[in-house]
Ligand binder design. Sequence first.
Ligand code: NAP
Ligand code: ZN
Ligand code: ZN
Length: 347
Amino acid sequence: MIKTSGYAAFNSTGPLAPFEFTRREPKPNDILIEIDYCGVCHSDIHQVKNEWGNATFPMVPGHEIVGHVTKIGSNVSKFIVGDLAGVGCLVDSCRTCANCKEGFQQFCENGSVGTYNSLEKDGVTRTYGGYSKCIVVSEDFALKIPTNLDLKTVAPLLCAGITTYSPLRHWGVGPGQKVGVVGLGGLGHMAVKFAHSFGATVTVFSRSISKKEDALRLGASEMAITTNPEKILETHAGKFDFIIDTVSAPHDLNLYLQFLKRDGKMVLVGLPNVPPHIEVGNLIFGRKTLAGSLIGGIPETQEMLDYCGKHNIGCDIELIAPSRINEAFERTLNSDVKYRFVLDMKS
Ligand code: NAP
Ligand code: ZN
Ligand code: ZN
């Protein structure tokens, strides 16, 4: 066993605190990654606060992991010692169901294994995430990292990046389309970067006027403040081909459904813990689609990372020491982060 340490939540209400635990020795297909950086996703906060009802403690969160390979198993072919490697939200799946075979491991019919707060396929070993010094993972669930990007800006691509890239690609967002991004946080700012990079015209819907300059710099052509819904409804009703909603808290979806054109699509990626109320008429009139999307499979995550390397796309981050994790949670809850906290695990 490999001794390591990190930060864990010990219950759903207290602060995260230092925690010592062990990782398995690399098996033939495993790599050992010394973690350089780990992003702080709002899902980590939902999980720690048990807002999705499945939390197990102690919990070491973190699924936006990048680092260096320091040991490889005897059958590893994708990595050598010294390589950069990344780990996102998944560390295993059944690998044999139809979804796994097609590269949609996030929809594994037999249950994928989350990077933390999950049980390994042995049904016994608990998974611990990236708020830690190292991780051992099958090379099949490790990603190759482009070497031209600033590594600390790559970490959040492993969740915020793929979660926004995947639906924009799946629904064919591109030139000539008007795209709305609801919520300018970790996911939202990457949705703006990708939609702009794919050639769409982007509007950000945010409560925070202070983010306007950033929204335009990130690639949006306008920002609409959502604190006065009636006013923005007048301007935006029936104008959008596609809207991606990244908001982490309960809010009114009906407003945004009214922004869609005929046959427009709205995709939810934010996952508040309260079910939304939908006025069905907002879907029927205009034949509109309301859909959801979950991270992305391993092949598409690699495609996204390669795309980011080619187009020089990283995340806008605030780098902090892991000892400041509780402050990072607080500030994320207050939408006071530009636009993702990343833990410097070497500090
Ligand atoms: P984040 O950085 O906290 O951003 C969320 C944004 O939502 C905030 O910046 C804020 O934007 C807006 N917001 C927050 N509270 C609001 C409220 N009460 N009313 C209206 N808007 C509000 O979070 P994130 O890391 O991007 O994650 C966003 C959500 O996606 C979370 O629920 C997370 O669990 C989920 N998620 C889903 C997937 C998936 O696979 N589907 C993957 C990762 C994360 P403004 O300040 O601009 O208004
Ligand atoms: Zn995440
Ligand atoms: Zn499967």
